[in-house]
Design a protein around this ligand. Structure first.
Ligand code: ADP
Length: 190
């Protein structure tokens, strides 16, 4: 199931919230700063423990890492690093798609039944919201469709377990309107 919420992601009582982090994963501006403030200093300590894959890089662009949510209502924070937007011709769409895919896979691996995702890359990293939202919706729909098919196969029938709930958490009214538009005119939501 897909939902759109306009508001502050740090207030949501879901299994996981996604953080639009940076590669070093030690906090920053925008939603990253808000999540670290709300989760408290334990989140910073947990991020420090995530091994660097190379100096200064705990999470390469397009990948995702998981930590507890500490003081947040969310059980987990899934940190992903979106691409910095140049012109859309430098691998940005593929990297952004990978953020969604890897975050959702990590949520599923950790048994999450609900996940809230902000508009990754569309703030400081400059990705145009219309383009980014199209990728977000495509990837989430694809993930849920594949998951449903897989769950049905495992159970030999349509899945009786509740599906994963994916919430697009938009900070601004304008961003929420972009998602509303995309979801209202697209294929039926899985
Ligand atoms: P990036 O560096 O990936 O662009 P930003 O944090 O600058 O990340 O922005 C990503 C999105 O998160 C933007 O749409 C911004 O408005 C939004 N945002 C900022 N604070 C919050 C918050 N507390 N809850 C949800 N979304 C937020």
């Amino acid at each position: 199931m897909i939902k759109i919420i306009q508001g502050d992601i740090t207030t949501l009582a879901v299994d996981a919230i996604v953080n639009a982090a940076n590669q070093v994963m030690l906090g920053g501006g925008g939603v990253d700063g808000a999540i670290h403030d709300a989760a408290g200093p334990e989140l910073y300590k947990a991020c420090l423990k995530v091994p660097e894959v190379r100096p200064g890089v705990r999470c390469p662009t397009g990948e995702a890492r998981i930590t507890p949510g500490f003081k947040l209502s969310a059980k987990y924070v899934i940190h992903t690093v979106g691409p910095v937007y140049r012109d859309g011709q430098h691998g940005e769409p593929e990297k952004l798609a990978a953020c969604y895919r890897n975050s959702l896979a990590l949520a599923a691996e950790n048994g999450c039944k609900s996940i809230a995702i902000p508009c990754i890359s569309t703030g400081i990293y400059g990705y145009p919201i219309e383009d980014a939202a199209k990728i977000a919706v495509r990837e989430v729909k694809g993930f849920l469709a594949a998951k449903n098919a897989n769950d049905a196969k495992g159970e030999g029938r349509a899945p009786s377990r509740p599906q994963m709930e994916v919430i697009f958490c938009c900070f601004s009214e304008r961003d929420a309107a972009v998602y509303e538009q995309l979801l209202s005119c697209g294929d039926p939501v899985v």
